[in-house]
Design a protein around this ligand. Structure first.
Ligand code: LMR
Length: 342
C-alpha cells in the first residue's frame, strides 16, 4: 500500500515506462504495426525477386512466422520484385528502406567481386561441397566482407546448380553456343563465360527476363530448375541443357543501421529465426529443384539434353579462359577452398 502514497512519482514512473516500452520499436524506421496492438512492433521489410513457391520464397515465409512469434516484430514480405528489382533492392537496403534482402550473390559483384565465385565453371563438386564451403571459414569470411559497405550477412541460402535454356537449338557442345545471346544476372565472369563459348550476353533484371526471352532480346538464359519452372520459361524456351556448370545461391543481408538499432535480445530472436529459416531453405532447395525438374520433364514443352562426361570435359576446356581472367580478381584462396570442399 505504501507505494501508492506517492502518486505523482507513480504517474511519472508509468509515463517513463510507457515511453521506454514504445521507444524500443526503433528498427525498420520504427513504423507501428497496423495490427491494432497498443505496443509498437518493429517493422521488418523483406524484399526479394522470386516467387513464393521457391526455396527463397518459402524460407522468407518461415522467417516471418518464426520472428513474429516473439510479438516484437512485424515482418512484411514483398516477393516477385513487387517492391524492388535486382539493383534497386541493394540500394534500398543500404538506405534502410528495406531491412532484409536475399540476392543471388552474383549480384554483389559491384561490392565484392569474390562473390562471383559461384559462377566459376564447374567449381563445386556437389551441393554438399557448396554448403560446406559456405559454412566453413572462407564462406564466413566472404559473407563478412560486406560489412564495410554497411551490409551484414545473416545466412547463406543456397539454391542450386544452373542449367542453360534457349529458344534456338539443342546445346550439347561448346560450339553450339556460337552466335547466340544469353541473359546474365551481372558481372564479368558470366560475360566471360558466354564469350568463351562464342556467345553474346546482356545483363537483365530477373523480373524482366521472361519478357526478354519472349520478345527475343536474348535467345537464352541460365538458371536453377526451380526458377526455370516457377518463371514459366518453358513457354518461351524450347531447349534445356542439364549442365550444372555453375551455381545460384543467396546471402541474406540486413543493413548495419537497422541491426545496430536492435538490442541484444532482439538480435538473438532475429538470429534464431534466421537459423530456422536457413535450415528449411536448404531442404526446400533440394526438394523444390527436384520437383521442378520433374514438372519440366513431364510437361513435354522442352527438349532436354543432359551433358555426357565427354561433353562436360569439352565445356571445362572451353571455359578455361574464365579462370585465366578471373582467378586473381576472385581470389585464389577462395577458389581453392571451394574446389577442395567435399
Ligand atoms: C536470377 O536473377 O536469375 C536469380 O538470381 C533470381 C533469384 O533470386 O533466384
Amino acid at each position: 500500500m505504501k507505494i501508492f502514497r506517492n502518486k505523482p512519482l507513480l504517474i511519472l514512473l508509468a509515463v517513463v515506462m510507457a515511453a521506454a516500452l514504445t521507444g524500443c520499436g526503433g528498427g525498420g524506421g520504427g513504423e507501428k504495426a497496423p495490427s491494432g496492438d497498443s505496443a509498437k512492433k518493429i517493422t521488418v521489410k523483406f524484399s526479394h525477386v522470386v516467387a513464393e513457391t521457391t526455396p527463397k520464397g518459402q524460407a522468407a515465409i518461415k522467417f516471418k512466422e518464426e520472428l513474429e512469434k516473439s510479438g516484437q516484430f512485424e515482418v512484411q514480405l514483398f516477393p516477385s520484385s513487387q517492391l524492388y528489382g535486382d539493383k534497386e533492392e541493394l540500394e534500398a537496403l543500404k538506405a534502410n528502406n528495406v531491412q532484409l534482402i536475399a540476392p543471388s550473390v552474383t549480384k554483389l559483384v559491384g561490392f565484392v567481386p569474390a562473390f562471383q565465385l559461384v559462377d566459376m565453371p564447374f567449381l563445386f563438386a556437389s551441393d554438399q561441397a557448396a554448403y560446406n564451403f559456405y559454412d566453413g571459414p572462407k564462406g564466413q569470411e566472404l559473407m563478412n566482407s560486406l560489412e564495410p559497405q554497411g551490409m551484414l550477412g545473416l545466412g547463406w541460402w543456397p539454391n542450386g546448380s544452373k542449367h542453360f535454356t534457349n529458344s534456338k537449338k539443342p546445346l550439347k557442345k561448346p560450339e553450339d553456343f556460337k552466335g547466340l545471346k544469353f541473359r546474365t544476372q551481372s558481372g564479368g565472369v558470366l560475360d566471360e563465360q558466354f564469350k568463351s563459348l562464342g556467345a553474346g550476353s546482356q545483363t537483365i533484371a530477373f523480373g524482366e527476363v521472361y519478357q526478354a526471352l519472349n520478345n527475343k532480346t536474348v535467345d537464352g538464359q541460365e538458371n536453377t530448375f526451380n526458377n526455370i519452372d516457377t518463371q514459366k520459361y518453358a513457354e518461351v524456351q524450347k531447349y534445356m541443357t542439364i549442365s550444372a556448370h555453375g551455381r545460384l545461391d543467396y546471402v541474406v543481408l540486413t543493413n548495419t543501421t537497422f541491426w545496430n538499432s536492435l538490442n541484444d535480445e532482439q538480435k538473438k530472436l532475429f538470429t534464431d529465426a534466421m537459423n530456422t529459416a536457413s535450415q528449411l531453405e536448404r531442404q526446400m532447395a533440394d526438394e523444390l529443384n527436384a520437383k521442378s525438374f520433374e514438372t519440366l520433364k513431364n510437361s513435354g514443352k522442352m527438349e532436354i539434353y543432359t551433358l555426357t562426361e565427354e561433353d562436360r570435359q569439352a565445356f571445362i576446356k572451353a571455359l578455361q579462359p574464365v579462370y585465366d581472367k578471373y582467378t586473381e580478381a576472385i581470389g585464389k584462396d577462395y577458389i581453392e577452398a571451394a574446389r577442395n570442399s567435399k
